[in-house]
Structure formats: C-alpha cells, structure tokens
Design a protein around this ligand. Structure first.
Ligand SMILES: Nc1ncnc2c1ncn2[C@@H]1O[C@H](COP(=O)(O)OP(=O)(O)OP(=O)(O)O)[C@@H](O)[C@H]1O
Ligand SMILES: [Mg+2]
Length: 297
C-alpha cells in the first residue's frame, strides 16, 4: 500500500498558489499534516480525495494515477471534510444508512457495519436521537463513522478536532490510534498536541510548500541543542522577542520563563531544554518566513 504525491501544484483562479510542487511518499501509519491557516492542507486533502484536480503533478495510489482512474482509490477511501455537515433531523443510524446507500454498500452489510461503527465511536447509546441535538464532538464522531463505512485503506480527516473540548480531543486521538494499522491515515490540524501522541509521521506545510516530512524524532533532532530556557523580567520580554524566536512563555514569580529557539546560547544563564514537536514546528515555520522575507528569524 503506497500513496505517492509527485510535484503537486494547485493554483486557484486569481489566487496565490495553494500548493507548490509538493512531494510526499506515504506508507501505512498516521500522518499528522501540520500547517497554519491557508497553508494548503485542505487543498492537498481534497486532491487526494479526488474532489479537486491539481494544476500540475500527480498522485499515485499503488502506482495508479488517481486523476486518470479515480475509481481505483474511491472504493477504498474514507474522507471527513473540514466543513462536514449533518442532516439535523436524521438520527445517526438513519444518516449512516443513507450514506452507506450512496456509497453502494449492500443494505445487510451496511446494517452490520453501522452497528459496529457506532460502538467504535461511542455513539451506540444515542444512535436513534436526531443529530441536531448532538454536541460538536459527537458530530465529529459521526463524521469519522461515515468515513469508515467502507473500511478504507486511505482515511483522510481534515481538522477533525476543531471545536472539540479537551476531553473530546483525547477521546478522538485514542480513536484514531485504534484505527491505524494496515491503512494510511492523514490527519490535518494546526495544533501540534493533536498529532504529537498519535502520528507516526509529521508533514509541515506552509504557504503551499512542504517544509518537512519525517518521523517525529527526525523533526525533533533538527532542533536538538537549540532550545533554551531564558528567564527575564516581564518588561524585557518584548526585546527578547525581537532578538529571538520564542516558542512559548510561562509567567512565574521569578519572571517570565521563555522557551527560546536559537543556534547559539542566547545568554550566559540560559539553560538548555529538551526539544518538543511544537518547537520543531515553530522553527520550521520561522525559517521559511525568514527565507521569504529576507529577515533573520
Ligand atoms: N476554492 C477556492 N478558491 C480559491 N482559493 C482557494 C479555494 N480554496 C482554498 N483557496 C486558497 O488556497 C490557499 C490554501 O487554502 P486551504 O484551504 O487549502 O488551506 P488550509 O491549510 O486548509 O487552511 P485552514 O487551516 O484555514 O483550513 C489559501 O490561500 C486559500 O485562500
Ligand atoms: Mg483547511
């Protein structure tokens, strides 16, 4: 099972390039696709789901070009779009029944699969209630269930944790890890902690460019030895920000504890810290910005 993205570009009419020669090679596992708003995450996912056509480049699913032969992928694809909407008057069972029919799954097989999925996404108790009364997290779980109807080999979920409370987020993450195995899962988000625990691979996209792709430990190794804790009075924080990239700050009684990303020790008192994926993500974004603007990060 292999998904190959070759020199993929997308230009919407009259807009800035949404994807610029993106190259990716994926094997079974969970890919966390990270990027700020407008990075091109949804565009990439829509192309992979055969909904949008690329301007140039191609996508190969097990060596088959999905633009030429979309059906080769569609039968084994599960997709949860970012703007997933439900019919408020239908219950979860009715809604999933309807989508199973649209996907051409025979009624008896669909019934069996739907009851299994409702247990998996923890909605069995409320399966007959109208979706209009569901919380955001419950609706997202219906979204995941519909994406899994055909037991997909490629599962694409676009910002599935947006709007979820912390408890729902954790539940969602656990669900995703249960689903991995012999399939490729692509999960987009702009929140690093959503993918930190579950992703086997991370890709960072910004302004349509793929800045990095690799195992979390590979991305971490790029900032190893470059993360420092600097403690300053809060009045000095703005000038510290001007000089350095700051990954996070915490206000304590002895001053502001800042996580600084710097190739060299920023001050004599600075203490080296273990890098986090958040540091690696911010450093990748900052280094791209400095290339684009010509200003040192
Ligand atoms: N249908 C469209 N028509 C024109 N431009 C579009 C369209 N969809 C996206 N874009 C533009 O393409 C770029 C990438 O958008 P995209 O939605 O793929 O980003 P994203 O990473 O998913 O962002 P977000 O985190 O906000 O969901 C943006 O500049 C956006 O304005
Ligand atoms: Mg998006």
């Amino acid at each position: 099972m292999q998904l190959l993205v070759e020199k993929l570009s997308k230009n919407y009419r009259g807009g800035v390039p949404a994807l610029r020669t993106v190259q990716l090679s994926l094997k079974p596992g969970i890919l966390g696709l990270l990027g700020p708003n407008g990075a091109g995450k949804s565009t990439l996912m829509r192309i992979l789901s055969t909904i949008t056509r690329p301007s140039s480049g191609r996508v190969l699913w097990n060596e088959i070009d999905i633009a030429r032969n979309p059906d080769a992928l569609r039968g084994v694809l599960g997709y949860l779009p970012q703007d997933f909407g439900v019919y408020p008057h239908l219950s979860a069972v009715e809604f999933l029944d309807y989508l199973a029919a649209v996907k051409g799954i025979p009624a008896a097989a669909a019934r069996q699969r739907i009851s299994e999925l409702l247990v998996l996404v923890n909605l069995a108790d409320v399966a007959k209630r109208p979706l209009g009364g569901y919380s955001g997290g419950m609706r997202q779980r219906v979204g995941i269930a519909q994406a899994l109807l055909n037991d997909p080999q490629l599962l694409i979920v676009d910002e599935p944790t947006a709007g979820l409370d912390p408890e729902e987020r954790v539940r969602f993450r656990n669900l995703l890890s249960e689903l991995s195995g012999e399939r490729i899962v692509i999960l987009s988000t702009h929140i690093v902690s959503d993918v930190e625990a579950v992703a086997t691979d991370i890709a960072i996209l910004a302004q349509g460019q793929l800045l990095a792709h690799g195992a979390p430990e590979v991305l971490l190794s790029r900032v190893t030895g470059k993360i420092w804790e600097v403690v300053v009075p809060s009045a000095e924080l703005p000038s510290l920000r001007q000089k350095h990239l700051i990954s996070s700050t915490a206000h304590r009684s002895d001053g502001v504890h800042a996580r600084v990303v710097s190739d060299t020790q920023p001050s004599a008192e600075a203490r080296q810290l273990e890098p986090s994926l958040e540091d690696a993500y911010l450093a990748a974004l900052a280094s791209q910005r400095s290339v684009v603007t010509g200003i040192a990060a």
